[in-house]
Design a protein around this ligand. Structure first.
Ligand code: ZN
Length: 243
């Protein structure tokens, strides 16, 4: 597998003759309830990317870049262990990373994010748009939550640290899953913008971890991998050229 961080530059130069596509996993260092580790979003993106990079090895290779571990986390920032950067910092950081990928010889970059807060997503999208103003390359922005059908979960409106994330973590790192707490859906104001919502967040879960299982986790991860393969095909095809 073309793991960028483990390759030397001559190996990367050779590899670029085979493929100019790279997956860049992005996550967050963020509380995920009393039962999941802070690396949850990052490791889910890494694992999905790794599965696909391994699968693609057979017919069409892809590079796998080291992940970005810090993202924008607004609502959970009052918890110990949520380490966040602001929107502008993530935007300019990712923009410069994208530009550097193109200067390094990559032509297609797929950002796969395991964290999908609204400010985090808009920072990533703007970073892609700004990099496109400065370099000729192709870039896709995919969130894991775009790829996993929420209907596949038992829990309606399952979210942060709930059934889906807990199930996937049971597959990826079962040793880091500390039990299956009860459902928890913290109340959130509909329109009001508050400085701090920590007091509304309870134990930090926004979903239902209780029905999580390894089997469901395998299913969610397979769904994510399948969607990622489709996203890579779109990124590498010319079907949107001139439209
Ligand atoms: Zn998460």
């Amino acid at each position: 597998m073309k793991l960028l961080e483990e390759m030397s530059w001559p190996e990367i130069e050779e590899g670029l003759k085979v493929t100019r596509t790279v997956i860049l996993p992005v996550g967050a260092t963020e509380e995920h309830g009393p039962h999941l580790p802070t690396i949850t979003d990052t490791i889910q993106a890494m694992e999905t990317a790794r599965t696909v990079a391994q699968k693609r090895e057979v017919f069409l290779e892809v590079f796998l870049a080291p992940p970005i571990h810090y993202g924008v986390c607004r609502s959970t920032r009052g918890f110990p262990g949520t380490i966040t950067v602001g929107h502008d910092a993530l935007r300019s950081y990712v923009k410069e990373v994208l530009i550097s990928f193109t200067d390094s010889g990559f032509e297609n970059v797929l950002i796969l994010t395991g964290h999908a807060g609204s400010q985090h997503m808009s920072a990533l999208k703007e970073a892609c748009q700004m990099a496109l103003e400065e370099r000729e390359f192709r870039v896709s922005l995919v969130s894991l939550f775009d790829l996993i059908d929420p209907q596949a979960a038992e829990t309606p409106h399952d979210g942060h640290a709930g059934e889906i994330e807990t199930s996937m973590m049971m597959v990826i790192r079962k040793d880091l899953v500390k039990g299956l707490p009860e459902e928890h859906f913290p109340p959130r104001p509909r329109f009001l913008i508050m400085k701090d919502v920590r007091h509304l967040m309870g134990n930090g879960i926004m979903g239902n971890p209780a029905p999580a299982t390894i089997k469901k986790g395998q299913n969610f991860l397979a769904m994510a991998a399948e969607g990622l393969i489709e996203a890579l095909e779109e990124l590498e095809s010319d079907c949107w050229k001139g439209r």
